[in-house]
Design a protein around this ligand. Structure first.
Ligand code: GLC
Length: 668
């Protein structure tokens, strides 16, 4: 189905560049079918007459990324795509791939990782999953929207090398999946609104990265439609509900700095989006039941849970008297707040019931109702009942952390500690019971220094969607062996992070740490951390051996090694491959993730893992050359169970033709 520009008057063409209302494209007086856009990354949020339709709340992408399993990201996208069809949504406004630059960012629950390689791999699979159903997506927020503070006004100031090495690669990788749209961010980038930043939208996204689809604004991110069209933004959302947008386009035409040819280019992108919808409508079909979608949510959640600490192998729970308390034991938060919120009608059982069912007669599981979120008096009653139960129990499980009121769009966290109430509950319980297991819900890193030494085990659940309660019970009971690993560093404290408590001054924030984001910062600066990037325990133990690095070309190598499950329980192991440029003419991070694999291994089983490295695995972005550049010299290849648990190490020497090499200043 092809639409011809000639079918439309100039007035219709100008109107096509702005939404009809909050969620629909303009239909050009009925010449076009309705195209409906809806959030969000963790489930469909379709608002009709002010009501949000019910949908399945899937694990948040921040939790899902802890699975390091692209096949689960694909399943996640496919599941949400299916529900889009059932609710007549043509384009899902997902996925966000902004890098987790600071753990304070309120929307970190909507983002994958501090590492662009991992973020890109997981997001690409998600986009492919959604679009496999014939539903479009919106890769967002382009670009450099890395905190919520003053997100509508504060300019993100970044140098060219940092932009290319940290903030662009995830977008670059996901563009391989051909998302139907890319959404520009609210914030200015190096001083110019993203929505009218021609160097960003045309220069980088279209010309450099080769994107030729539709660019849509974030909602109300356009400040002048004429300037946005000039920068090659195609669609302003939502409607301006008056002639503002059309008049701003006419202003550009009348003053001569915008041409009708440029308008036509933008209109063609809108028509191409409509054509994609019309073509998809011929075959797309919703085939999944609500129960199947819930089961998918549970399955993904199971492998997204990260076992951070497990002293004395207290987990999996062995039985005996178990007390379950904490604010989230009855109903865990499904996800963070804002446009990504999902209206799920799923009512989970409390964790005690779920555990009781799994542990059987060998356990007596007591649920202590929580009052953390109520008035002081009730809380005292709760604490006394929890403490007396703790005194009697063999093990206590406390479910704490944050929820949609604490992790959400449009505001940032002010601390990365748990709330004082939750810290108190943990510390007071630990006074009466030495076997405390803490389950943490939330969108990102937590400073646990105040209490972690008093507890035996810590499980990071993140925001697992509506299947979280079942998944946590599966892991605590041992029905599922935890296999998640952290996709962001958990620092000892906020002060140790690259940006600390800084927020920018409301007008400008300089990305002064450059490429040293996340583990790149902590490892290069030699800082201790609470739990490193890529960390996660299992009920099984894995050994690594027989590293081989096969040279395929001067810059292409195949890294292979053997992983063995040396325990008596089946499990899954996430192996990570990092590269270190031993000596470079620019400052490079101590190591960078350039490959990973998740391997299922039965008790006693060994498997050979192979991971390919190519030129981009060794290259840095050279602002001088304005391209990716591999410098001859030695590189170390690390194979790790985490970024700080390196099991195998190899070394290669790259020797490229002198004509392609440049002056080599040695490190001081
Ligand atoms: C919001 C968000 C964006 C969302 C859009 C529509 O402000 O920034 O992620 O898709 O507006 O709700």
């Amino acid at each position: 189905m092809k639409y011809d520009l000639k079918q439309f008057t100039l007035e219709e063409k100008l109107r096509l560049l702005t939404g009809k209302d909050s969620w629909r494209l303009y239909d050009a007086n009925g010449k076009l079918p309705e195209v409906f856009l809806a959030d969000g990354p963790h489930g469909v949020r379709k608002v009709v007459d002010g009501q949000t339709l019910v949908a399945t709340a899937m694990p948040n992408i921040s939790a899902l990324t802890n699975s390091w399993d692209p096949s689960l990201a694909y399943l996640d996208g496919e599941t949400i795509g299916d529900e889009c069809i059932a609710r007549d949504v043509d384009v899902l406004l997902a996925l966000g791939v902004n890098i987790k630059r600071t753990p304070l960012c309120g929307r970190n629950f909507e983002y994958s990782s501090e590492d662009p390689f991992l973020a890109g791999a997981m997001a690409k699979a998600y986009i492919e999953g959604v679009q496999s159903k014939g539903v479009g997506t919106s890769l967002k927020h382009f670009a450099l929207n890395n905190r919520e503070y003053e997100r509508l006004a504060q300019s993100s100031e970044v140098d060219d090398r940092t932009f290319h090495e940290i903030y662009l690669p995830a977008f670059e990788t996901v563009l391989e999946a051909k998302p139907w749209t890319v959404m520009c961010s609210y914030n200015p980038v190096n001083g110019i609104w993203a929505s009218e930043n021609e160097k960003l939208l045309k220069g980088v996204l279209r010309d450099e990265l080769g994107y030729n689809g539709l660019i849509v604004s974030d909602w109300n991110a356009v400040h002048h439609s004429g300037k946005a069209a000039k920068a090659t933004l195609d669609l302003r959302m939502p409607s301006t509900w008056d002639d503002t947008a059309v008049n701003e386009l006419k202003e550009g035409l009348n003053e001569g700095w915008l041409t009708e040819e440029e308008i036509d280019e933008r209109v063609c992108k809108v028509l191409e989006l409509v054509e994609k919808k019309v073509n998809a409508d011929k075959t797309k079909k919703s085939v999944k039941t609500k129960e199947e979608n819930h089961a998918a949510a549970v399955k993904i959640a199971q492998d997204s849970i990260v076992l951070l600490k497990n002293e004395d192998d207290i987990l999996p729970l062995k039985g005996g008297r178990i007390a379950i308390g904490g604010q989230f034991a009855a109903k865990p938060p499904f996800g963070g707040g804002g446009s990504a919120l999902v209206n799920s009608d799923y009512a989970p059982r409390n964790l005690a019931e779920e555990l009781s069912e799994r542990l059987g007669d060998g356990a007596t599981v007591e649920f202590i109702r929580d009052y953390s979120d109520t008035v002081h008096q009730a809380r005292i009653r709760h604490t006394s009942s929890l403490l007396s139960a703790a005194y009697e129990a063999d093990t206590v499980v406390l479910c704490v952390g944050s929820n949609a009121q604490m992790d959400g769009e449009d505001f940032d966290r002010t601390t990365i500690r748990l709330s004082p109430v939750h810290e108190d509950i943990i510390l007071n319980t630990a006074k009466y019971n030495k076997n405390v297991v803490v389950v943490i819900y939330g969108g990102g890193a937590v400073d646990m220094r105040a209490w972690i030494g008093q507890v035996k085990a810590v499980v990071f659940a993140g925001f697992l969607g509506e299947g979280g309660q079942e998944a946590v019970a599966d892991v605590l009971s041992g029905k599922v062996n935890p296999s998640g690993k952290l996709s962001e560093t958990f620092p000892l404290c906020l002060e140790d992070t690259p940006t600390g408590a800084d927020t920018g001054n409301g007008f400008v924030e300089r990305y002064a740490e450059g490429v040293l984001v996340g583990y790149r910062w902590y490892d290069t600066k030699g800082k201790d951390v609470l739990f490193p990037f890529g960390h996660g325990l299992s009920y099984a133990d894995f050994e690594y051996s027989d590293l081989a690095i096969e040279k395929k070309s001067e810059t292409d190598y195949e890294v292979s090694f053997t992983v063995k499950n040396v325990s008596a329980v089946d499990g899954k192991e996430i192996s990570q491959v990092y590269v270190r440029d031993v000596m470079a003419t620019v400052e490079r991070p101590e190591k960078e993730l350039k490959g990973f694999a998740k391997t299922t291994l039965k008790a006693g089983e060994s498997k050979r893992v192979c991971i390919a490295l190519n030129a981009r695995s060794f290259a840095f972005w050279s602002p001088a050359l304005e391209k990716w550049y591999v410098e001859s010299g030695a590189f170390e290849i690390y194979v790790g169970a985490s970024s700080r648990d390196i099991r195998l190490c190899g070394k290669i020497e790259i020797d490229l033709p002198k004509k392609d090499q440049y002056c080599k200043a040695f490190k001081a």
